[in-house]
Design a protein around this ligand. Structure first.
Ligand SMILES: [Zn+2]
Length: 254
């Protein structure tokens, strides 16, 4: 039943349902086999998630709906960065994830601003190809799962680079097909059905390959690769249910 709902309902609706779900999930999934580092709760297992093509078992936190990539980014921020410890950081969070938003908002060391094309939960609204903010303003920018949707990713990345301070860093994760050397684009593919088939989702306009970090470099960034296998034990990867082979890119403005 849950599996069916999770696979058929759109994610925004799921997020709303999650508020109801939160009341009984901790009891329903009580246990200590997996731990979500974001909500700091442990469960017997996580929920399954994904479409029929990309279905994954035991990945979705029943409390705050984090997936593997959210937990990896959180662990990086917590243990490998100055995000929670720096005296003050100016942060721009584009297309803010629901699981992070309330937690980042209440961090006293962050001057936190959210932006999105249209999401009602964002502070300001703009097109990423032309960010209506001044140069050299932010220490940290997050912009996850956006570049596979936009018309010109390099232009968007250049805009992010522009609003960042020298010494700042950004996280701009995107779905990547590690079986492809080169990013796959084809302007002839325009229908939602074809886009889902070729680019993994109805509203994706490209499928990034192994060359994704090169795109960030083209926009001016120095890209550092954070390989989870080098930083976490097999037991930790299993407990936090991280995705084997996932690489977190830290894009620096030097
Ligand atoms: Zn959680």
């Amino acid at each position: 039943m849950y599996k069916y709902l999770l696979n058929t309902l759109p994610r925004p609706l799921l997020i709303r349902l999650s508020y109801v779900f939160k009341f009984f999930a901790p009891w329903l999934y009580r246990g200590n086999a997996v731990t979500c580092p974001v909500c700091e709760r442990s469960f017997s297992k996580f929920l399954s998630y994904g479409s029929n093509v990309a279905h994954r078992e035991n990945v979705l936190c029943p409390y705050d709906l984090t997936l593997e990539r959210h937990r990896l980014m959180w662990l990086y921020l917590k243990h490998q960065s100055n995000f929670f410890t720096a005296e003050q950081l100016g942060v721009l969070h584009i297309a803010p994830e629901q699981c992070f938003l309330p937690l980042f908002k209440k961090q006293p060391n962050l001057k936190y601003l959210t932006g999105d094309l249209e999401s009602p939960i964002a502070d300001i609204h703009f097109d990423l190809h032309e960010i209506p903010l001044e140069d050299n303003r932010f220490d940290v920018v997050f912009c996850n799962h956006v570049m596979e949707h936009v018309k010109d990713p390099i232009q968007c990345m250049r805009e992010i680079y522009r609003v960042m301070k020298v010494g700042g860093w950004a996280i701009m994760q995107a779905p990547q097909d590690f079986n492809r050397e080169e990013t796959y684009e084809n302007p002839a593919i325009t229908s939602p059905e074809d886009r889902e088939k070729h680019f993994w989702q109805k509203d994706h306009v490209r499928l990034f390959g192994k060359d994704y970090p090169r795109w960030m470099e083209k926009a001016g960034f120095r890209v550092e690769e954070f390989d989870l296998n080098k930083h976490f034990s097999a037991q930790e990867i299993q407990r936090y249910r991280l995705m084997q082979g996932e690489v977190l890119y830290i894009a620096h403005k030097n």
